[in-house]
Design a protein around this ligand. Structure first.
Ligand code: MG
Length: 346
């Protein structure tokens, strides 16, 4: 039963493990932080004259959530909770989904008009459209192949796992298209919803079945004429095929082959690869995912969602669960899913 709270908490844990080093190269993490082994305080690399280091030979050192404290969460979990609350309140209702997204967005508005939470550009552009009264069926854009649909779509799979769902892949498509029109972005959200539904529903007992699931779902979701790009050159399905074929490759080799930056066709397959590679050591795998840098709060959130959906809340390290500042809210949302499951299956 605790798979529902587990999935939501896993998302927050992965997000929070990576929040301070989002976008960094693994070499930069090693140099300025060392190996990440748990939740940590924010980090500002300082040069010899006491100045903040903003760039080194490996590239820029951005701090997307510069005000974040230990245990804080970012857009990955903020939007996952918005999706969760929306489906719990109204089921598969896109208008309500849009309202919950905007509510979560506005709750993070700062006095100077900026937003905390490190929301992506494609998402923000769509939110502005929604705020201007554009329908959620028309608000998506092709600004970039972002990974927000993948990072936030877990709860649609959870809702389906309670047996309330119905056409959960179709609804995940609609929610993806509300912000993103890139086929890969939309498909990644659908695949994530489908994987979470199967993991929380106890349908995947071996990593080879997980391989079958990623191939089957990706082929179905990416092939459907879902979004604005007819024939993207880089396809999720090719990346998934690589994962199945090279399922025990080293992390370095995998970063080379798949990438792990913010583009969905890098970060989503990378998170999937790491989860299946560390099938029997999910905690070590999550840490390895975050230490690999790149869009590591999001690869962490995607990985953590899958882990929690598979193994439940009790499998997650207690010190991490207790360290999440939004713990109580996350548990309350998770319990509502568990209640729904009991209502549907008694
Ligand atoms: Mg984030």
């Amino acid at each position: 039963m605790s798979k529902y709270t587990g999935a939501l908490m896993g998302c927050a844990i992965g997000d929070s493990l990576g929040i301070h080093v989002e976008g960094w190269k693994p070499q930069q993490i090693q140099r300025y932080v060392g190996t990440i082994t748990g939740l940590m305080n924010h980090i500002q690399p300082i040069g010899p004259a006491g100045e903040p280091i903003k760039e080194d030979e490996y590239g820029k050192l951005k701090r997307w959530s510069s005000d974040a404290k230990r245990g804080d969460i970012s857009d990955d979990t903020i939007l996952t909770l918005a999706v969760a609350e929306a489906v719990l309140e109204r089921g598969f209702d896109l208008e309500h989904m849009a309202r919950k997204h905007l509510e979560a967005y506005e709750a993070n508005r700062q006095p100077d008009g900026s937003y905390k939470g490190a929301f992506g550009g494609t998402t923000q552009l769509a939110f502005e459209a929604l705020k201007n009264g554009i329908s959620p069926y028309e608000s998506g854009n092709l600004k970039g192949p972002g990974n927000a649909p993948a990072m936030k779509m877990g709860p649609i799979g959870l809702y389906a796992a309670t047996d309330c769902g119905g056409a959960h892949l179709k609804f995940a498509e609609e929610v993806g298209r509300m912000t993103h029109l890139d086929t890969r972005s939309v498909a990644s959200g659908m695949v994530q919803a489908g994987l979470v539904e199967r993991l929380a529903g106890d349908e995947i007992h071996h990593r080879y079945f997980f391989h079958d699931a990623i191939m089957d779902l990706t082929a179905h979701c990416e092939e459907a004429p879902i979004a604005g790009m007819a024939n993207p050159e880089i396809r999720l399905l090719d990346k998934m095929r690589w994962i199945v074929k090279n399922h025990d490759a080293s992390v370095e080799e995998t970063r080379e082959a798949l990438g792990n930056g913010g583009a969905v066709f890098e970060s989503y397959p990378f998170a999937i690869f790491m989860f299946q590679k560390h099938w029997d050591n999910p905690k070590g795998g999550l840490l390895a995912t975050v230490n690999a840098g790149g869009d590591c709060d999001t690869t962490g959130a995607i990985y953590g969602t899958l882990w929690g959906a598979r193994d439940g809340l009790d499998a997650l390290p207690k010190e991490w669960v207790d360290g999440i500042n939004e713990k109580e809210r996350i548990l309350r949302v998770g319990w509502r899913f568990e209640h729904l499951d009991r209502m549907m299956n008694r």
